[in-house]
Write a protein that binds this ligand. Structure first.
Ligand code: FDA
Length: 309
């Protein structure tokens, strides 16, 4: 019940100010976000990779409404990739991007502006020996995002996509993307979507997740299983065994700060486990989606508004 309220709040500037000003917001944010700056994020990457985990880094930001900020996003990713190159982390850390932070929703030529910006990022990623994955945002952006993917994959075939099982369209998209060299992260979906495009019932979303998993594991691509759900992880492991997939032909992915012990357990069992590490000052939307996913996170956070704090 609270999920939709929090997802609505994630788009409110007024709530953004209230949440940012709450005294104990920062410690709770720190559970999910690896710092406002690149340097602490790199410390986190080093600690995770030393522990046998791979990483995908997200420079936080979304819904950019002017060109200057879109260009600043591109520049932040170029600095990030240069740092990964300088630190020799290109084989362990890739980057995840939200195209709305590259200007996708700017009126008129937003799609082309985002494509031009992310193209530069993909070119440097290839030079550094790593990859870019295009996060998926709300359903209105899906066609544009998949078109950008298609363009990028011409020159950078390992560019990854994200599919959300709550969308009715996803099984078809999974079929189209289950081809050689194609990296696809399957998630359940984190945005508030209308009933005409998305399943509303969690059990339906789970069933759709399993259907898409089956398609991806049966295909020739590289499935990236983005979930913390033990049942989905077990099903993915069964599918990997059934299709005789070697451990380097798929991977698991989880969010920084969520089910950390399970992340380590899977890595220790020889699975490829990648942690999604967000950093940057624009953490509000990402943070609110994490609260919406889990009431226990919200209870922890609400205590920060308590008397005397
Ligand atoms: P589910 O929500 O059913 O949770 C299963 C269990 O995991 C819970 O019972 C709990 O134990 C634990 N858990 C889940 N979320 C938690 C949280 N926030 N805090 C603490 N425990 C939690 N979405 C999207 O729309 N576009 C995208 O590009 C991405 N990208 C992405 C990358 C990666 C690596 C991951 C793991 C997830 C995403 N997501 C995403 C988010 C995704 O859509 C989804 O909202 C969350 O992963 C939660 O769904 P689960 O599959 O974990 O299952």
């Amino acid at each position: 019940m609270l999920g939709p309220v929090l997802l609505a709040a994630s788009r409110s500037d007024r709530m953004r100010r209230v949440v940012a000003a709450a005294p104990l917001t920062r410690p709770v944010v720190n559970r999910f976000v690896a710092g406002d700056e690149l340097r602490p994020a790199l410390d986190t990457v080093r600690a995770l990779t030393a522990r046998g985990l791979d990483v995908t880094l997200d420079h936080l930001g979304e819904g950019v409404t002017d060109r200057a900020t879109a260009h600043a996003t591109r520049d932040a990713y170029l600095r990030l990739l240069e740092a990964l190159r300088d630190e020799g982390l290109g084989d362990r850390a890739e980057v995840s991007v939200k195209l709305s932070a590259f200007g996708q929703s700017l009126p008129g030529d937003g799609h082309d502006i985002a494509l031009a910006g992310v193209r530069e990022v993909a070119a440097l990623a290839t030079a550094v020996g790593t990859t870019v994955t295009l996060d998926m945002e709300d359903h209105t952006t899906a066609d544009s995002t998949l078109a950008v993917l298609h363009e990028l994959r011409r020159d950078h075939p390992r560019t990854g996509a994200v599919l959300q099982s709550y969308l009715f369209r996803t099984e078809d998209d999974a079929r189209a993307l289950a081809v050689a060299g194609s990296r696809v992260r399957l998630v359940k979906g984190a945005y508030q979507e209308p009933a005409r495009v998305a399943f509303q019932d969690r059990r339906e979303v789970d069933r759709a997740y399993v259907r898409a998993l089956r398609v991806l594991f049966a295909g020739d691509g590289y499935p990236m299983v983005g979930t913390h759900d033990p049942r989905m992880i077990a099903i993915a492991q069964n599918l990997a065994a059934r299709h005789r997939r070697a451990p380097d032909t798929y991977e698991f992915q989880m969010l920084y700060g969520v089910r950390t012990a399970e992340q380590r357990r899977l890595a220790d069992e020889g699975m490829r486990m990648r942690v999604y590490v967000p950093y940057g000052a624009d953490w509000y939307g990402y943070f609110m989606r994490r609260l919406a996913e889990r009431p226990a996170n919200l209870a922890f956070f609400l205590r920060s508004f308590g008397p005397g704090r």
